[in-house]
Ligand binder design. Structure first.
Ligand code: F6P
Length: 530
């Protein structure tokens, strides 16, 4: 996309600004839904025009602050910013992660093997490697599933090496192999690991050390403590048993071997940490739901990849959602988006998507490093519904800031308890309705301004395939807004400074040397010393 015009310098951006001033700022959803609404999307038509089916996901965008002109100007913006060319560059395996000179090919992790037959594709060899690693990883997962002597699987990883597998194992718990417990250790805070170790029997435990780089200090510290604990429990037998009780999921196989782990499953530098759930990092999920389930998970994501790759932009759900994000962030000035999954299995989805959105698009410079004059990633946050309703929804309804809400609902429940699911689904509809309709109260306190936007993403059932599709949808919508903003969504330099300083401070905590520190850090350092 080198050479394309910065988005705020395109004619479409100027047209969107003018449209915002005339029709966007004062847009009223209630009016738009009324039978007298002007234009082709009036009344009942609005739902049809602003909703769509994508693979495994139905989306209702009609309660957003958009009309047909907004969408068509946003589509024009996408064209003028070269969105489709950038998308095609990703799918062609070009090195679009320019600061690290890497291709971005997480889509390949879910591409069917038969497509490796085309040697003209630049990723032909990579796809063959993907499938050979997948086969050995799934064979290993099946072996662990069949092994009744392993009762506990402990994933040690952080960020993308933790949030994805944790979120997905929880979401698909209904499909999980009986007789095994899954634990996730991410925090360097030893309380977390110690609490889990205290529940374990070394003989029955499998540790999966998940780290793309195999250098992340939190993970290395936890892995070392887990290994020491295992050695202490097993005594002289430990050395011969590490191979059976520890496996590493990493792109740094040499690092894992140097650490003493011989069972390794690799992946590649073209898989970003937050995009790695469908690589070897997904092993906890593969153990939980089995090889067949994991393949369905990949197939669901692939179906969404194909939709993103080939559906016309105007009916391309990741494109529509990503453009809506730009509309809200840069024209309405909304600084956050709240995610409300109405399924308790999706309780870690907000945390997972938070990394996806904020680590990908929380950037203040363009791909060449020039500062941007407009806002980028919104804050993404949320909790499962209906819990959030009794905590922070107050602010969503009556606070001073508008926060677009994205509801995720699942039509069919997998439990049989009467009355629950109807209530849950009623709450999704009621909340979206209340946000939009509001309620007039001249007296004040019961006044709901309404006109607050929301999107509903609807799955028929929460299955490996639908979860795969939902994840790919979110990955691609983040790609879309990042592409419009002209940023590199695939690096994360912002995490480096803290890592370097933590090393320095750790040494100072031990030595007490506060030389050259600011007075605040020096004061706190002294307080924290024994
Ligand atoms: O520090 C940020 C980060 O690099 C994330 O991007 C990544 O998901 C996480 O740390 C863990 O990295 P690794 O898998 O290399 O341990």
């Amino acid at each position: 996309m080198t050479g394309t015009t910065r988005c705020d310098r395109t004619p479409a951006w100027a047209a969107l600004q003018a449209h915002f001033a005339v029709a966007g700022k004062g847009f009223d959803l209630r009016q738009a839904f009324s039978a007298n609404a002007i234009g082709p999307a009036k009344g009942a038509q609005r739902f049809a025009n602003f909703s769509q089916q994508a693979p495994y996901v139905f989306a209702d965008l009609s309660k957003n602050l958009i009309d047909e002109q907004t969408e068509s100007l946003l589509q024009m913006l996408a064209q003028q910013c070269g969105l489709e060319a950038h998308r095609d560059a990703m799918f062609a395996g070009q090195k679009i992660n320019t600061t690290e000179q890497r291709a971005v090919m997480h889509f390949l992790l879910r591409q069917p093997a038969q497509q490796a037959g085309d040697p003209a594709q630049p990723w032909h060899d990579a796809l063959a490697e993907v499938h050979s690693t997948l086969s050995s990883m799934l064979a290993y997962a099946e072996q662990v599933r069949a092994d009744d002597s392993i009762t506990d699987v402990v994933n040690i990883g952080i960020g993308g090496s933790d949030l994805g597998p944790q979120m997905a194992v929880l979401a698909l718990a209904e499909f999980s192999v009986p007789g095994k417990r899954f634990h996730f250790v991410s925090n360097v805070d030893g309380h977390e690991l110690a609490g889990i170790l205290s529940q374990l029997d070394a003989e029955k435990t499998l540790f999966l050390v998940a780290s793309k780089t195999f250098t992340t200090p939190e993970t290395m510290t936890n892995a070392l403590s887990a290994k020491r604990w295992f050695e202490a429990q097993q005594g002289a037998a430990a050395a011969s048993k590490i191979g059976r009780h520890f496996a590493a999921l990493t792109s740094n196989v040499a690092g894992a071997q140097a650490f003493g782990i011989t069972t390794t499953f690799g992946f590649w530098d073209w898989v970003g940490g937050r995009y790695s759930l469908m690589s070897a990092i997904g092993l906890p999920l593969a153990i939980s739901i089995g090889a067949a389930g994991f393949k369905e998970f990949l197939a669901g994501a692939h179906a969404m990849d194909e939709h993103f790759r080939s559906a016309p932009a105007a009916r391309n759900l990741p494109i529509r959602l990503g453009l809506l994000d730009v509309w809200y962030r840069n024209f309405h000035g909304f600084s956050s988006r709240s995610l409300a999954p109405y399924h308790s299995g999706l309780q870690r989805l907000p945390a997972y998507l938070q990394q996806l959105e904020m680590e990908s698009n929380g950037k203040r410079v363009d791909r060449r490093g020039a500062a941007l004059p407009f806002d980028t990633a919104p804050v993404l946050w949320g909790e499962p519904g209906s819990n959030g309703q009794h905590a922070y929804f107050q602010m969503l309804h009556q606070g001073t800031e508008v926060v677009p809400v994205e509801f995720v609902a699942v039509k069919k429940a997998s439990h049989t308890l009467p009355g629950h699911h109807e209530k849950l689904l009623a709450n999704v509809l009621a909340q979206a309705q209340a946000l939009m309709l509001g309620q007039a109260d001249a007296g004040g306190h019961r006044d709901f301004p309404g006109n607050r936007p929301s999107t509903v993403l609807l799955l028929d059932e929460l299955t490996p395939a639908s979860l795969g599709a939902l994840i790919a949808l979110q990955e691609h919508r983040v790609f879309v807004s990042g592409a419009i903003w002209g940023i590199n969504s695939f690096d994360q330099w912002g995490v480096e400074l803290g890592k370097v300083l933590a090393k320095d401070v750790e040494a100072r905590l031990a030595s007490g040397d506060a030389t050259g520190l600011d007075a605040s850090t020096a004061g706190l350092l002294q307080k924290l010393r024994p």
